[in-house]
Design a protein around this ligand. Structure first.
Ligand SMILES: [Zn+2]
Length: 376
């Protein structure tokens, strides 16, 4: 840098002296180095870098007053000082911005382990979900949903269903009677009395399903509850045969288990019920192995069906003419079929639930676990 020259304009501009420019530059660099956050840096920028009061900015205004040679020298010095200060500013800005961003990431991150003030939302119970799905399948086939009382007269629960007075199911160890026991009022042991009531009150033909709670004098264990849920179906029309029953059950299984192996099939095994003739037990194609284990497939030891390929699902049969007669229906003209399944067993099959008691524990986490996955 050249020294001041006395041949310059007699009006010396102090701000443009080399020492002054260096002092202004060094003050700016020191202030920039001392700026420890972006707010301070913005202030330093105004006072030292590019703001109106910055000495280097003020000095630049004076340059025009100098003679040409002095103007060029001072301009070079100013430019060099300004470039140094600007570079220092940009570097400091980058450092402080990075520090700020890193701090924000930490300070504004969400701690997902903190408790929230939100009330937990519940979930529909798997039994309710299954009952609704069953109703959907049958309503689509033209059935109506019928309901009836849980405290039922013995005539509807037993007599009308062709259950003889000495049948063991009427015993106190199987059936819960309301007092006085001579009143013959029971907690219904099945939803069949709703079928009787439907036949007595509805015009023929009748196509109904009857979902609801039923009661038995059972002890709670992994597969039994004293209170459980059934869905029964009844179809009474002219010309109905066992083939209609089979087709209906297969349509039921295919619709209800449509997302299990593309729909499951059923099979019938001969059985006896007082209110149907012929009667059969309904088995459901194993939802675990699809029946492969029974055919010696890749999973011969399926733990769900124990290698049977089928699991028990419910009972069914052609409605006994004696039941039709008891309900005022002419068995010479009408025939029909009935079937019934436990909803707990159905839900257990649908969700691979191992212990029926989980369905009554009332733990919302259990219901939440089954409210997802397309079954809601
Ligand atoms: Zn199986």
């Amino acid at each position: 840098m050249s020294a001041p020259n006395s041949s310059y304009d007699p009006v010396q501009v102090t701000d443009l002296q080399p020492e002054e420019i260096e002092a202004a530059r060094d003050a700016a660099l020191a202030a920039l180095a001392g700026a420890d956050d972006l707010d301070v840096l913005a202030d330093v920028r105004t006072r030292h870098v590019s703001g109106r009061p910055a000495p280097l900015v003020l000095a630049r205004r004076e340059v025009g007053a100098l003679p040409p040679q002095a103007r060029a020298d001072a301009g070079k010095r100013l430019n060099a000082a300004s470039r140094t200060v600007n570079e220092a500013y940009e570097a400091r800005l980058a450092v402080l911005t990075e520090q700020r961003d890193a701090r924000v990431l930490v300070e504004e991150s969400v701690d997902v382990t903190l408790p929230t003030g939100r009330a937990a939302r519940g979930a529909r119970h798997p039994l309710s979900v299954v009952a609704d799905r069953v109703a959907d399948v049958f309503v689509a086939m033209g059935y109506e949903v019928a309901e009836g009382p849980e405290a039922e007269h013995g005539w509807y629960n037993f007599d009308a269903l062709n259950t003889p007075p000495d049948h063991p199911s009427r015993e106190l160890q199987d059936t819960l009677y309301l007092e006085p026991t001579t009143s013959s009022v029971v907690l219904r042991t099945q939803t069949s009395p709703v079928q009787v009531r439907s036949l007595l009150t509805r015009p023929l033909p009748v196509y109904v399903i009857c979902p609801g709670r039923v009661f038995r004098a059972d002890t709670v264990d992994a597969t039994h509850l004293p209170v459980f849920s059934q869905v029964e179906g009844l179809a009474i029309d002219e010309g109905l045969t066992m083939a209609d029953l089979r087709g209906t059950l297969d349509a039921f299984a295919a619709g209800l288990f449509s997302d299990v192996r593309g729909g499951l099939r059923t099979r019938l095994r001969p059985h006896f019920f007082p209110f149907t003739e012929p009667s059969a037990e309904v088995d459901l194609q194993c939802f675990g192995c699809g029946g492969d284990s029974a055919a010696g497939g890749p999973d011969p030891a399926c733990r769900i069906c124990s290698g049977e390929g089928w699991i028990e699902w419910g009972g069914c049969g052609m409605v006994d003419p004696a039941v039709l007669t008891a309900c005022g229906v002419d068995p010479a003209r009408y025939s029909g079929f009935a079937f019934g399944m436990g909803l707990e067993r159905t839900a257990m099959a649908l969700h691979n639930i191992r212990d029926i008691r989980e369905l009554i524990d009332g733990d919302v986490r259990f219901a939440l676990a089954f409210s997802r996955g397309g079954n809601a």
